[in-house]
Design a protein around this ligand. Structure first.
Ligand code: FAD
Length: 439
């Protein structure tokens, strides 16, 4: 196989990570070692997989190798919605097949349950709250999207509550939205704190090495992995590194790497918080594609997320970051006009990996090499369950949920760069335009 051609960048700009206590120094892998299983990547997928492998094989030596710091990766840069439904309520196929949608919801809920179990058992301090999510609209088109969503939820027999403009203003304390649709099964949390807490409470036979990018793989088995300062021999390798698995030569022409951006204000003063009113914490997902996600956080900050763009996993700041920051500013001021003077303290990007046909990577890629990833927008719950299930598959367990994943399709092939990049950026631009005031 050879050199790993795509490695994550590391930046200290992620508001979730930066507002936690400074992490103890990393313990990178130094020198040669052996392991029964190596998991590459400590996002939601890798953390769940390492935990499940540790539970099922208590006598095995399991290494979890992470290129950067846990919680400063895509997982810890996310907006912290642990979602049970499909994220994209507007997708044409949503609820087209009742059975398929119910399977997807069952998967997401099993992922949330696995996380909930860990959070409860280890008392992980990450603001874990079963708050639900509110899809919000402020345009006629957005309202129509919510109506479509309500019809599809009826079809799959899922509960929801419709909120009119007054109810939205009462709940959120802002007058921006004309309609809302609240569904109860979503968890809100501090995602970097969750990642860090999960890593700190893995079974004792799992050894974690942060700041340990795998830079070279000689595929076996045994597989010979080289890191910046170390080397591991293992019969069993799990790639839980999402889009970066293309850097190991798998699905090179099938994954669509995009970056999306978040910003976080400083904490609002008591006076500023009181001037808004409404509930002290909430999470809003836009009705329109490519609209703005907003959260009011337990520490009185406000988070906004919008803007997608194609990126070969470079988080390079520069122009794109500035454009995202400006877009976040507009979105914030439109929703909180009385707080126009409140600055953002952090603006960060995070890498995502999509597949055009929405299908995941899951299963065995080569002798002793397995992978799970590409969760198309609901990576928190889906990453957790796919990590758990791939570990179960590697330990020859069986279940209906595992069958659901092994029988799914796989990502389809894309046109080559630069045409892919142009196409994705054009599509993102079209969605931005369609979103209008929902941005
Ligand atoms: C701004 C933003 C907001 C988002 N909001 C949400 C949300 O609210 N809810 C939701 O469900 N999803 C959200 N997502 C998506 C979610 O973050 C991803 O789907 C999720 O992180 C995928 O989890 P993962 O573990 O599969 O991959 P990742 O979190 O990407 O983890 C992969 C890990 O592999 C590591 N890695 C890669 N290559 C190597 C290597 N060679 N050696 C060692 N380590 C390596 C990386 O450093 C990384 O830590 C958001 C994403 C972004 C960017």
């Amino acid at each position: 196989m050879g050199a790993v051609t795509l490695l994550p960048a590391s930046r200290r700009d992620n508001g979730w990570f930066e507002t936690l206590e400074e992490a103890p120094p990393a313990a990178p892998l130094i020198g040669p070692t052996e392991a029964d299983v190596v998991v590459v990547g400590a996002g939601f997928t890798g953390l769940a997989a390492a935990r499940r492998l540790g539970e099922l094989r208590p006598d095995a030596r399991i290494l979890l190798l992470e290129a950067g710091r846990i919680g400063n990766n895509a997982a810890g840069r996310s907006s912290g919605f642990g979602i049970d439904h499909a994220h994209n309520i507007r997708s044409e196929g949503f609820a087209e097949s009742v059975e398929f949608e119910q399977q997807q919801i069952a998967l997401n809920r099993a992922g949330l349950a696995y996380l909930d179990e860990a959070v409860t058992a280890h008392d992980i301090d990450c603001d874990w709250t079963w708050a639900g999510k509110t899809h919000a609209a402020c345009t006629e088109r957005g309202v129509a999207d919510l109506e479509h969503f309500a019809t599809t939820l009826d079809r799959i027999d899922e509960p929801y509550e419709v909120l009119d403009a007054d109810a939205m203003a009462d709940r959120l304390g802002i007058n921006h939205y004309t309609r809302g649709l609240h569904t109860p099964g979503t968890v809100l949390m501090q995602p970097a704190a969750l990642c860090r807490g999960l890593a700190a409470n893995l079974p004792p036979n799992v050894v974690v090495h942060e700041e340990t990018p795998v830079t070279w793989l000689d595929a076996g088995p045994p597989h010979d992995l080289w890191t910046d300062g170390g080397r591991v021999l293992t019969p069993s390798l799990l790639l839980a590194n999402n889009g970066y698995l293309a850097g190991f030569g798998f699905y090179r022409h099938h994954l669509i790497p995009v970056v999306t951006w978040g910003s976080m204000t400083r904490p609002l003063t008591d006076q500023e918080s009181a001037s808004i009113g409404g509930h002290r914490t909430w999470g809003v997902i836009p009705a329109a594609p490519s609209g703005t996600t907003v959260r009011r956080l337990p520490d009185s900050r406000v988070l906004v997320r919008n803007v997608y763009s194609y990126s070969r996993h470079s988080l390079a700041g520069g122009r794109r970051r500035q454009r995202a920051g400006r877009s976040h500013r507009r979105a914030f001021e439109a929703r909180f006009p009385g707080l126009a003077d409140v600055p953002f303290e952090y603006t960060w990007g995070g890498p995502l990996s999509m597949a055009r046909n929405g299908e995941p990577v899951f299963g065995t890629l080569a002798d002793g090499i397995h992978a799970a990833g590409v969760h198309n927008g609901t990576g928190l719950s889906r990453g957790a369950i796919c990590g758990k299930l791939i570990a179960e598959m590697m330990c020859s367990e069986s279940s209906d949920l595992l069958d659901t994943m092994t029988t799914r399709g796989r990502p389809n092939r894309n046109v080559p760069d630069p045409i892919l990049g142009w196409g994705v950026d054009l599509y993102a631009q079209r969605l931005r335009l369609r979103s209008g005031r929902e941005m």
